[in-house]
Design a protein around this ligand. Sequence first.
Ligand code: TRP
Length: 338
Amino acid sequence: MSKERVLSGMQASGKLHLGNLVGALKNWVALQDRYDCFYFIADWHALTTGYADPSSIKDSTADLLVNFIAAGLDPDRSTIFIQSMVPQHAELHLLLSMITPLGWLERVPTYKEKQEQLKEKDLATYGFLGYPVLQTADIIIYGAKYVPVGIDQMPHLEISREIARRFNHLYAAEVFPEPEGLLTEFPKVVGLDGRKMSKSYDNAVYLSDAPEIVEQKIRTMVTDPARKRRTDKGDPELSPVYQLHKIFSTKEELEFVAHGCRTAEIGCIECKKILIKNVFDYLGPIWKKRNELVSSPDMLMDIARKGSEKARAVAEETMDRVRKSMGLVSNKGGRDAV
Ligand code: TRP
């Protein structure tokens, strides 16, 4: 029996951090055993908010690609590709934009929220409003059944289902299965200041950080603010350091630091040292692989090129059916046939 298809993507708008790794990428790696996985870098999506200064998109794309492989995505088992290298996504986005009611897009919570958050940017653009339409094209062009995403992406998934349904209904076709979100059970990773880890809060540990930088970042992390002196007793639950211990440390270590904090038997430095060691153990194999890969950029580009070629073949099959369903000229083979 053929495996069910999973698809997910990451927007190329910043370097990959520990939160992305623990919250998403590790899960993608695990899914490779059971599913036919398609994973990609959404570089066009990065333009929806970054169009005025696209200078970092290339570097972000390269950083994501190296980390995908270093963290364990396997190009022999998964199709790993770059969105802009599969132009069929753009064609489908255009066609879907014809059938997507404005109201659906204006109601997506991230639409207004992001405009509020990014006041310095003019996001009253056609492309930004159409973000979920492009995301829908990304997903349904491969007939993906499951889309592993965080809870914040669920409204986008709902739109994808609605657009797929509307297409099938309008053109009396069964072209697109409705994709389902696959919620990850992984915890949100807190950042160095206790808020959610995010590049926009400047509180992230990046996979590209050298070990010394990671050590320094953790050493200077916020702890329980009430614990000012070494002799003060603390509440581990109020310390972001402890939140990270919950992810990276053993049960025994967790109990040790929690007890040590409550009784002031250990200081914050000792607590952080244990965390640093465990984060190093966690990242060690990834750092090693990164170092190998960074010295062979051709190999990485080759992975992206081969993956994109595979993706294009699948996408083109779908597009052929889409064009037929919509009564357009069949253009099988796309530009290759010209
Ligand atoms: N919107 C997603 C995010 O910000 C990225 C993305 C683009 C995506 N296209 C996708 C995720 C398709 C899943 C499927 O994380």
